[in-house]
Ligand binder design. Structure first.
Ligand code: SAM
Length: 275
């Protein structure tokens, strides 16, 4: 059933503060599910089922769906529209950022499909990608500008792009018109698909060392790397220049120009025993 009609029937007013823009176009919903390439054996985690329009399609294509929704006002709708007809769906009413998703699904491999609440997109990505037992694939509807940042190439990379591309290969599946959401959001949206790597793309001492270096590099916008890294890691200028040269990186370059391989080389140089 159409989200607006359901919300009206249950007298629920969408909350902007929870990123509640409901997707009501059946073709787009079908396309999102198709791009997840689910098999009947799959476990799917959905963040923010809302009125369940995406959830019902996921339930039809997967073995089980675990949906995590913060807004308990939606429970009567989800009970009636989803839980009753689809016994393979389980809804947890909690803030997704407080749910240990990896533990919940372990040892099953899993896929995440969600039209995410935009106000916590980066936090959701970190929360899902950082655990060792991470999703095999994520198909996420996000703000278009965020999707473009996620898939950016060296020259335009950001902390967000490096954080996602470290774990998986990301691409934009389609761009969505705001008119297919209710209430209509102020921004355009896009569907991004991330296929996580089974073995890491780059060779790093450990993810912590890698991200400490990346944080330092991006810590001071538009600064040359030698200044950003020196201040971010609290080491002197000469030592920073030596470190960058050891990794084969010109100290005058800026963080957004480095490839993931170069960030990895830098974190390896920093982790050498002499330091
Ligand atoms: N899946 C539905 C759809 O496509 O129409 C709703 C998507 S809406 C953009 C985002 C959903 O995430 C809302 O149902 C909202 O209540 C829920 N949400 C917001 N913050 C959340 C959080 N921290 N944890 C879990 N769900 C959250």
């Amino acid at each position: 059933m159409n989200p607006k009609a359901l919300l009206d029937e249950y007298e629920i007013i969408p909350k902007k503060s929870l990123g509640q823009n409901f997707l009501h176009d059946p073709n787009t919903l079908d396309k999102i599910v198709a791009s997840a390439e689910l098999s009947p054996d799959d476990t799917v985690v959905e963040v923010g089922p809302g009125t369940g329009t995406l959830t019902e399609r996921l339930a039809e294509h997967a073995k089980r769906v675990i949906a995590i929704e913060i807004d308990e006002r939606l429970k009567p709708i989800l009970d009636e529209e989803i839980i009753r007809p689809y016994p393979n769906v389980w809804v947890i009413y909690q803030d997704v950022l407080t749910v240990d998703v990896a533990k919940l699904v372990y040892p099953d491999s899993y896929v995440v499909v969600a039209n995410v609440p935009y106000y916590i997109t980066s936090a959701i990505l970190r929360h899902l990608l950082e655990p060792a037992h991470r999703p095999r694939r994520l198909v996420l509807t996000v703000q278009q500008e965020v999707a473009e940042r996620i898939v950016a190439k060296p020259g335009d990379l950001s902390m967000l792009a490096v954080s996602v591309q470290f774990y998986g290969q990301a691409r934009i599946i389609s761009r969505l018109n705001p008119a297919i959401f209710w209430p209509r959001p102020d921004v355009s949206s896009a569907v991004v698909r991330i296929d996580t790597y089974e073995t890491p793309l780059v060779d790093v001492p450990n993810a912590d060392a890698f991200f400490r270096m990346v944080h330092a590099g991006f810590g001071q916008k538009r600064k040359q790397l030698k200044n950003a890294v020196a201040s971010g890691l609290n080491i002197n200028g000469a030592a920073t220049t030596a470190l960058l040269e050891q990794a084969g990186i010109d100290p005058r370059r800026r963080a957004e120009t480095l490839t993931l391989q170069e960030w990895a080389a830098l974190s390896r140089a920093y982790a050498l025993p002499s330091r």
